[in-house]
Design a binder for this molecule. Structure first.
Ligand SMILES: [Zn+2]
Length: 184
């Protein structure tokens, strides 16, 4: 099994959220909320449920970040500054957020923690690779979005779109045939 995303398992609101996110993968939670016409709380809940369904969001952190400034009672190894109030400020650098949190939790006498993800950072969401609803292959770049009734299909290329339309037409013909048969 791979960790790719299958759009079938999402609710309509989640699909709309993913559509917005795939059009602009770097919108903030408040931009997502206004784009969907929902509250910020609903948008955050949406992001959580998308995570739970396997969508991965990552923050883009510039080179040399994230950094935490940890205020402590005692001096620590590494980069550590004595503050004018007699306490200390330990500078913790890590390659990613998880590593940073782990390093911070190792500093037992911490009194305050300030984290920076770098200059100009805002809550950015980066959408992962999507998969095509027709061929199951990865969608690189912008997906082709095809709406039919309530369903939204995400496709990797024009060929898949054409084939999907053909398949839907076939299914519809079969269904109509059945109905005609029942009626007659
Ligand atoms: Zn495809």
């Amino acid at each position: 099994m791979n960790s790719e995303t299958n759009f079938q398992k999402f609710t309509d609101l989640e699909r709309r959220a993913l559509t917005l996110l795939s059009e602009d993968s770097r919108i903030s939670v408040s931009e997502l909320a206004s784009g969907l016409g929902v509250s910020k709380a609903t948008a955050s809940r949406l992001v959580k449920s998308l995570r739970a369904k396997g969508v991965r969001f990552t923050v883009e952190v510039p080179e040399g970040y994230p950094i935490a400034f940890v205020i402590t009672r005692r001096p620590h190894q590494g980069e550590c500054h004595r503050l004018v109030d007699g306490r200390f400020m330990v500078v913790v650098k890590a390659r990613d957020f998880n590593e940073l949190v782990e390093a911070i939790s190792g500093i037992r006498d911490r009194e305050a923690v300030y984290i920076t993800l770098g200059p100009g950072y805002s809550n950015k969401l980066v959408i992962p690779r999507l998969i095509c609803d027709y061929c199951g292959g990865p969608i690189n770049g912008q997906p082709i979005i095809y709406r039919r009734g309530k369903r939204i299909y995400y496709l990797c290329c024009r060929t898949c779109l054409r084939e999907l339309k053909k398949r839907i037409k076939q299914l519809k013909t079969t269904k109509d045939g059945d109905e005609a048969h029942k009626a007659g």
